[in-house]
Design a protein around this ligand. Structure first.
Ligand code: SF4
Length: 252
């Protein structure tokens, strides 16, 4: 497996963009397109985090702690459409259990619209996907959720309560998440697809309520734009992507 460790972050990024480019060429417009892109991103994240985190302390996160799920979640368009598909496919079943997930998402989107990271945390509003302390969308959760991993649950509780503490967040998770997500965004950009970052709930609400949103995105439109986060600097990101060589020589 290609990893940030064996060839350096630039080479890993270049290899990932080539892999995403190939998926976009082969699958764009097909029903399985966003699923294939996200599966590629999630598999790469999992595999490379396992390598990078070797020898680091055990994580406190076991998949059953919602403490950090009051933070703003930002995600790319394929991740948003994957979550929207999950919601559309499961809303009726969840409603039978008294969970109106779409209404929850819309309410959170309205409450958190336009908030930056600090203001979103200060809102202390739990993600609408949390039910009985568990994430309903765990299998399809965005890279941002996968990449936020802690060594210390108590420190997370203090931090999300607004207290100034040093949270023990896993650097390998942050770095690999950033590399994988940026590689996917770079490939979306060079393919003429909307490649920005969106607030999760606002964008999922839009994806569910906008006719043919995913189809329009496939055609190069940006139907999620009203939920784009204001603090994403597209020009700066584009300049960074363009500065990374398209390929790097392998070690002998
Ligand atoms: S999508 Fe799931 S993991 Fe991510 S913030 Fe919401 S509840 Fe937490």
């Amino acid at each position: 497996m290609t990893g940030p460790d064996d060839r350096g972050p630039g080479a890993f990024f270049a290899a990932m963009t080539q892999a995403f480019d190939a998926t976009i060429r082969a699958r764009r417009g097909r029903h399985d397109f966003v699923g294939a892109l996200c599966a590629q991103a999630f598999d790469s994240f999992d595999g490379n985090v396992a390598i990078q985190a070797e020898g680091t302390p055990a994580l406190a996160c076991k998949g059953d702690c919602p403490t950090c799920c009051v933070l703003r979640v930002v995600a790319s368009a394929p991740e948003i459409f994957l979550v929207a598909r999950f919601v559309a496919a499961n809303a009726a079943l969840l409603a039978q259990h008294g969970i109106d997930l779409v209404a929850r998402i819309e309410a959170t989107a309205a409450a958190a619209a336009g908030l930056g990271e600090i203001e979103r945390m200060a809102l202390k509003r739990i993600c609408p996907f949390i039910e009985n302390g568990l994430c309903l969308a765990y299998r399809v959760r965005p890279l941002a959720c996968r990449g936020h991993a802690s060594y210390d649950e108590a420190a997370c509780r203090e931090a999300t309560a607004g207290h100034a503490v040093e949270t023990a967040i896993s650097t390998p998770h942050l770095v690999v998440r950033s590399l994988v997500q940026n590689a996917m965004m770079s490939s979306l950009r060079s393919s003429g697809l909307a490649w920005g970052l969106y607030e999760l709930n606002g964008a999922v609400a839009l994806a569910l309520s906008t006719p043919e949103a995913e189809l329009r995105w496939n055609e190069g439109d940006d139907p999620l734009r009203p939920a784009a986060i204001a603090d994403f600097d597209a020009a700066e990101a584009a300049a960074i992507f363009d500065s990374i060589p398209a390929s790097a020589p392998r070690h002998a």
